[in-house]
Design a protein. Structure first.
Length: 149
């Protein structure tokens, strides 16, 4: 891996590729950051193993699925914990972030502004994830105001 040539293919924003780019930055390893313009994506799609981005090329071989890619490089760079228990903690956070991504994708995919607001409201009132985080965040804020709250 140390001398591998790596290309990361994604669209021109952070999205699902950023954690892979960040792993390389944290490890101080070089990679080619290939950012595909939205309008060019249809032309690239057939080159992607599963028709999606991100995908990576490592020494001429192509691989897909953001989590599989990130886990692979995290292990290669020594960021996946020292034992299985630490790996569990790493994967726990990765899966939590995936849950947030799922919620945000549903909201962001709405083109209609009213539907977008509706999807947002639904996510904060009906999913368990966001209320849980808002609640713990609010509780943290409120308790920092002092003992009377
Ligand atoms: N499970 C896949 C999901 C990949 C995915 O849905 N990528 C989106 C961009 S975030 C995509 O390729 N959209 C374009 C398309 O499906 O044609 C992963 O984590 O890599």
């Amino acid at each position: 891996m140390s001398s591998s040539k790596v290309k990361i293919f994604y669209l021109d924003y952070m999205g699902r590729a950023e954690m892979i780019r960040l792993l390389f930055a944290a490890a101080g390893k070089p990679f080619e950051d290939i950012r595909i313009a939205d309008q060019d994506w249809p032309k690239w799609k057939p080159k992607a193993p599963f028709g999606t981005v991100p995908f990576v090329e490592v020494d001429g071989e192509v691989y897909s699925q953001s989590i599989a890619i990130a886990n692979y490089f995290a292990k290669e760079f020594g960021f996946f914990g020292k034992n299985n228990k630490e790996a569990l903690l790493v994967e726990q956070m990765v899966n939590l972030i995936q849950d947030f991504i799922q919620v945000s994708v549903v909201i962001e995919e709405q083109q209609d502004q009213k539907k977008k607001v509706g999807a947002y409201l639904k996510s904060i009132t009906q999913s368990t994830l966001l209320p849980f985080f808002f609640y713990s965040r609010c509780r943290q804020q409120i308790s920092s105001f002092g003992k009377h709250y």
